[in-house]
Ligand binder design. Sequence first.
Ligand code: AMP
Length: 220
Amino acid sequence: MRIMLIGPPGGGKGTQAKKLAATYHIPQISTGDILREAVSNETKLGVQAKKYLDAGELVPDSVMLNLIRETLHSEKCQAGFILDGFPRTIPQAEGLDELLEELNMHLNYVIALEVEDNVILDRLTSRRCCRNCGAIYNLHNNRPEVPGVCDKCGGELYQRDDDKPETIKNRLEVYREQTQPLLEYYRKKDLLNTIDGNQHIQSVWNDIQSVVNSGSLTSA
Ligand code: AMP
């Protein structure tokens, strides 16, 4: 199964992608996670990407397309994958179409999470991530049992640099301008399923499962 999640920063893509990965035993391909790891390991990709991540800007399409080409060719993606955070621009989506054709693959579902700006702002400023396993928490409604410590692995929880208010505003503008046009792109291909991402995690998950189990969302 090949699923794509589209949504604004803080829209819940990462949280839902992890649930999909665990349920359907397919890898979560989070380009944001891959880039953050590259930055922290100071690889060539990380050095290239750092200034864009710090500013809440998008990493150039050519860099992202090379990264996704390498990833989708890898063994772990042959039985399916969940794209979380890719594509983010129309040229990325077009490049992905070419790549999928070359690999003789197609997407099964494109799922867009629609979330209001005030909900996004609240979620991003209260989001904490585990440095070790990447688990995601929210200080209001999905708190770790022990403050600052991951329930799953005991790792240290931290606030992403780009979850600070100065960068959030830019990330939202970038989303509206460059990523939102993808909804129309996939609607025209008849692949788009839209879900109300303002809901609580479990309700969003129920809607995603309705899409995946029935081929389309019957009630929203
Ligand atoms: P995320 O964790 O998905 O919010 O991504 C964090 C940051 O990584 C973004 O703000 C961008 O700087 C960069 N990034 C992630 N995915 C992409 C992509 N598909 N295209 C360009 N930049 C990306």
